[in-house]
Design a protein around this ligand. Structure first.
Ligand SMILES: Cc1ncc(COP(=O)(O)O)c(C=O)c1O
Length: 490
């Protein structure tokens, strides 16, 4: 169906309520106002999404029933939709909502910054806000992880990370090791070390990469030993998109030793697992090791803005960009270190400690793991595994392609490929429809749902969520599949 969203211009211009203009003056196109955007209905949103954003993505939203929800507000642990329904957020924006939605202290800091007419773009002059944020990040980081590059996304932070490491490793060691099932972003450099055919499409990527299984120290040692051109290794400390996958603790100590032995620089991607989510500021701190370079993003923006940071050991940074001649090679982009975003992140880091959110993540995370493990014991044929650390938890279901009763198989086979054999889509859709709970999916393992609630999450939220899941799983697989299929036709 063709969607007409740009009405005939002559007609559109006629309805614009603008002051009379000189004959050759530029006329305002038919623009939607902020207030009209806020009050737009679902049908119009769908049309515009289809016409101007991503028609294919709508297919998946429809599959899960997410296209029926218009979020009007968001507060703390909840989204509030057009019908006043409060949706408990255990998705947490893939880890970008550590402080919950619209934390009052973050709102105040931003409001005050605006009222004081502070400046945003800081290319000509030094920014006191960027300087303070970089200092704060260095304070939160162990060892000499002291040098900070500010950008506006996880991908940008990770691009900066592989660039600083590549320059410090030197031109004779241009190869980068990365892991199977890794996710480091979608810009072209980091896409080359993101292990997903889905995202890689058929792009021409950089070819100086070496892939190893995640957590396999022998494979890494073999690679380092046999290829002296390897200069950098990049790993998520806990794989998020891979399905919340952790390596053994001894893997990390051995990795550090091997990197030192072979002179390879280790880049730890903490975009999703960092900033307190696992019960430590950085997840690698659980293992008593320090990487050469790391990256944060997501919750660093306090859930209100886009902020990413690359953090490098001072020695590495100075090697790469320490001279006036090299300083501008990777200086911040136009929006790197922008004022209000920095102030938001400064406040966010203060809140993280003032409210004890890192300790809360550890405590409530343990409670959530315990309760989910009890569910696993109750539903051994449905839940295959529960894993994670702090408030970064994966719940893996058994693949039911072979166990679903014959009568239901033709029905399921008519659904999208992604849903076949996988309970996570069904469970996610029904948790939202029937229990007002939101969970996330994983890129590479369709049997896993990801639980990354805000770090302000309390035991009462865990109880509400796990009780809902218990009630849903109690229906049994056949009823869950039937309920889901019914929801597709209603
Ligand atoms: C581990 C990891 N690295 C990098 C990124 C890229 O971050 P962004 O989406 O902000 O570009 C993500 C995003 O999900 C991530 O999970």
């Amino acid at each position: 169906m063709t969607v007409m969203t740009k009405p005939d211009t002559a007609e559109a211009r006629a309805v614009v309520d603008a002051p009379a203009l000189a004959p050759n003056a530029t006329r305002k196109p038919n623009l939607i106002s902020v207030e009209a955007a806020k009050s737009m209905d679902l049908a119009r949103m769908t049309d515009l999404f289809k016409a101007h954003l991503n028609p294919g993505q709508l297919h998946f939203m429809k599959l899960l029933g997410f296209h029926k929800v218009k979020i009007e507000r968001a507060e703390g642990m909840y989204y509030i939709d057009q019908n006043g329904r409060k949706i408990l957020d255990f998705f947490g924006g893939f880890g970008s909502l550590a402080f919950g939605h619209n934390h009052p202290r973050i709102l105040d800091a931003r409001r005050k910054f605006q009222e004081e007419r502070r400046h945003e773009i800081a290319i000509a002059f030094m920014s006191q806000y960027a300087a303070a944020l970089a200092y704060n990040i260095a304070q939160c980081s162990p060892g000499d992880l002291d040098m900070v590059f500010l950008g506006s996304s996880g991908s940008e932070a990770m691009e900066a990370a592989i660039k600083v490491a590549e320059r410090a490793a030197g031109p004779k060691r241009p190869k980068i090791v990365y892991a199977e099932n890794s996710f480091h972003g979608k810009t072209k450099g980091v896409l080359s070390i993101t292990d997903g055919a889905l995202y890689r499409g058929e792009f021409k990527l950089v070819d100086n990469t070496v892939r190893v299984p995640f957590g396999d120290i022998e494979a890494i040692e073999n690679a380092f030993r046999s290829d002296p051109e390897i200069g950098v290794i990049v790993l998520e400390t806990i794989q998020g998109g891979g399905g919340i996958v952790q390596a053994a603790p001894e893997f990390w100590t051995r990795l550090r030793q091997l990197c030192d032995q072979y002179g390879v620089l280790w880049v730890a991607d903490e975009v999703q697992c960092g900033l307190g989510r696992t019960g430590r500021f950085y997840a690698f701190e659980h293992y008593g090791v320090i990487p050469d370079v790391t990256a944060l993003a997501k919750s660093l923006g306090g859930g209100k803005t886009a902020m990413g940071a690359m953090i490098a050991r001072r020695e590495i940074y100075m090697k790469a960009y320490g001279t006036p001649k090299s300083a501008m090679i990777h200086a911040a982009a136009t929006f790197g270190g922008i004022g209000e975003a920095c102030v938001t992140s400064i406040e966010a880091l203060n809140i993280l400690y003032d409210e004890g959110l890192i300790d809360n993540a550890a405590d409530v995370g343990d409670y959530l793991l315990d309760r989910l493990n009890a569910l696993k014991a109750k539903y051994p044929k449905i839940i295959k595994d529960v894993r994670g650390r702090g408030l970064m938890i994966g719940l893996e279901f058994h693949d039911f392609s072979q166990t679903l009763p014959m009568v239901l198989r033709p029905v399921v086979s008519m659904l999208d490929d992604k849903l076949k054999g996988s309970l996570s889509g069904f469970v996610g859709a029904l948790l939202l429809r029937d229990y007002d709970c939101l969970v996330a999916f994983t890129e590479y393992n369709r049997n896993v749902i990801r639980l990354e609630p805000p770090l302000i999450c309390g035991r009462e939220h865990v109880d509400r969520f796990v009780d809902a899941l218990d009630s849903l799983l109690g229906r049994g697989i056949v009823a869950i599949v039937k309920d889901f299929v019914k929801s597709q036709v209603s």
